[in-house]
Structure formats: C-alpha cells, structure tokens
Design a protein around this ligand. Structure first.
Ligand code: PLP
Length: 362
C-alpha cells in the first residue's frame, strides 16, 4: 500500500488512524453485526455514535450550553440559502445583510443572499485581488443589519481572519469556517452562527456542521423547507430527516483523533509550525510567490505561484513523482495551492518544502 501526501483543498486528507479504524469496523461495528452505513439512524447504536460525536465536538470547541450543534446536509453553499431563510424571520421589513467580501467563498455567499434581502458589502478586498482582510475599523456596517456574514478562511484566496469581528445591537455574527474550523481556538460565544462543510477539516463530504445560538432558532421564514429549519433540526437531534450517518460517524472518529492529539490548542500549535515552515520556503527567494499580506495569510490553505509560470506543468509532474499530490491551484486563480489541514502531518509539509527547494535549485 502506498499513501501519498494529499494537499487537496477538499475533500481532503483524513487522519490515517481514522481510516484504519473505519476499515476495521466496516463489516461489524462494535459487535452489532452491521456496518454503520446499514444502521437505522433511530436505533440505539447510531444514536450513541451521534451523541458522542456531538459531545466531542462541543468539548473540542468549548461550545457553550446555549448553542446547538447541528449535522446537516447541503454543504457550505446550501447554508448560503439556509442561513437567510432561518435568520430573516426575526428581522423587520426590508432587512439588510452585511458582508465582508474577502474572496471567492464570501462572494458566492453574497450572490445567494441577494435572493433573500438587500445586501450591503461593508468592505471588500476585491480591488487588490483579495490579498488581505480589510481591517474592521474600515468596514461600513449597517446599523440594525439582520446579520453580518464573514468567511473566516478563504479557501481559494488564502486569507484568514486573525480576529473575531464585532457586531452591534441585535445584529448576528455569522461565520463560514468551512476550511479552518477546529484548526485554531475560537470563542464560540462571539458568534451567532458558525458553519462549515465537513470535507475540509472534519470528515467526508456530505456533512455540514452548524453551531447556532439557541435564541436564533424558531424564527425561520415561512418559505424555509422544514428539513432546513434549524429549529426542527435541533429539536430532533439532527434527525428530523435522515442525517448523513456514515459521515457523522467518520467525523466522530476525527474528533476522537483530535482529542488524542491534545485537542484544538495542541493542533493549533502544530498548524502554526507547519504554516511557518511552508511560508519560509516560499519567501526564501523570488522563485515562488505568495501574494497575501503576511498578517492575513492562511495557516490552512496556501496559494502560491511560480515566478515563471511556464514551469507549472513540470513542477506538478515532479511533485507527483514524489508522492505530493493535488497541488494545482483553483482554476479561478491558477498557480498552486497547498492545503495543510489538521490531518496533514508535518512530515508532509517538510516533504513539500524539500521539493520546493530542490525544484527551485534546478
Ligand atoms: C468548500 C467551501 C464551501 C462550499 O462547500 P460545499 O460543501 O461544496 O457547498 C463554502 N465555503 C468555504 C469557505 C469553503 O471552503
């Protein structure tokens, strides 16, 4: 068996011990005689899997008791519609949604939100090709906005919030943390809604984690599908309809793995080291280039360019020959991208750094 180092942005690398355990339990989960995939979501076996996953995630992120954790389907993009449908019922007539436009993913959220309400782009870094996060003192927020939506790690553009934005009055802070949730310590109580597709840093595609403050439930717009009304989902422990059971099981194994690694604080230290190692190699000379302002650089998703782009194909071919895969940048921005999520070991980053040095030397 050969395992490569997988730098994919998502679906992405999973911890090997998690995959091994899932393989060992595939045919017979804990003496049940069944695979997790074959279990009723309402049976005691799956309910125990679900409750442990929920409790472990709550512990890892120190989610306060007045927040619900939901495991939904529909992905990050699904939430771009589910969020307005759930939050606009509590707003007055002609509500406004504030956004900070920091890259491709917040851009998609803006586009979708326009179908539901007036949108105010309070700040944007588009003019400089999303190379930084505009500082909060430059944002033009709307007094009384229903909510402020930010994407705290722009997976394609490689910018990451190093701070939690503040909101005034009843405005709810909503954060798309798809590509860096669980990579660093956050204070959940500063947010009204946190969401993320699992396939970046949590588990397999098909699960979307939503962490929502309880007082925001039960105010969905009448058009909101019942299965996406957070109140229904919360009241039924994410089993209003059939949840993505196998994905939740794998996510639960990832949470256990993360706890065994020392939890979020410990993994954050490792993520800092991994990012430092990679940026140092990219900055070493002008052969490679990362265009993001240093104080806004992502620790998780790191785009870079070869100064001489005619070498792109040979760079990727050489990487592949060394077992370093999925380094091609997103088609919208070109270049390269290394996603170094929690499950990417430092050895993988070191192997990439060695290759970067070797290729630049040639
Ligand atoms: C991947 C990603 C999404 C989209 O997730 P889907 O599950 O494909 O809908 C949204 N936001 C961010 C920040 C992402 O990285």
């Amino acid at each position: 068996m050969t395992r490569i180092y997988n730098f994919s942005a998502g679906p992405a690398v999973l911890p090997q011990p998690v995959l091994e355990q899932a393989a060992a339990e595939m045919l017979d989960w804990h003496g049940s005689g069944m695979s997790v995939m074959e279990m009723s979501h309402r049976g005691p076996e799956f309910i125990s899997i679900y409750r442990e996953a929920e409790a472990d995630l709550r512990e890892l992120l120190r989610v306060p008791a007045n927040y619900k954790i939901l495991f939904q389907q529909g992905g990050g993009l699904g939430q771009n519609a589910i969020i307005p449908m759930n939050l606009l019922g509590r707003a007055g007539p002609d509500p406004v949604i504030d956004f900070v436009h920091t890259g491709s993913w917040s851009g998609k959220s803006i586009k979708e939100a326009r179908r539901y309400a007036r949108v105010n782009v309070a700040a944007s870094s588009e003019a400089s090709r999303f190379d930084h996060i505009p500082p909060q003192d430059s944002w033009r927020l709307t007094p009384g906005a229903a909510y402020l939506h930010v994407c705290t790690n722009e997976t394609i553009d490689g910018v990451e919030f190093q701070f939690a934005p503040t909101v005034q009055g009843d405005t709810v802070l909503v954060a798309d943390m798809s590509s860096h949730i669980l990579s660093r310590r956050i204070d959940v109580s500063q947010y009204g809604v946190i969401f993320g597709g699992a396939q970046k840093n949590i588990g397999p595609a098909g699960v979307t984690v939503v962490i929502v403050r309880e007082d925001l439930l039960g105010q969905a717009l009448p058009i909101c599908p019942s299965a996406f009304d957070w109140k229904n989902v919360a009241d039924n422990e994410s089993m209003y309809n059939t949840p993505p059971t196998y994905g939740i099981y794998i996510a639960g194994l990832v949470f256990k793995w993360l706890k065994a690694q020392g939890g979020v604080d410990a993994i954050e230290q490792r993520n800092i080291e991994k990012a430092k190692l990679l940026y140092a190699a990219l900055d070493a000379d002008d052969f490679y280039q990362n265009r993001v302002a240093p104080e806004c650089r992502s620790r998780m998703t790191i785009p870079f360019y070869l100064r001489d782009e005619s070498l792109n194909e040979s760079f990727l071919a050489g990487a592949k020959a060394r077992g370093l895969l999925q380094l091609k940048g997103h088609k919208s921005v070109g270049g390269m991208r290394a996603s170094i999520y929690n499950a990417m070991p430092i050895e993988g980053v070191q192997a990439l750094v060695d290759y970067l040095n070797e290729f630049a030397g040639r």
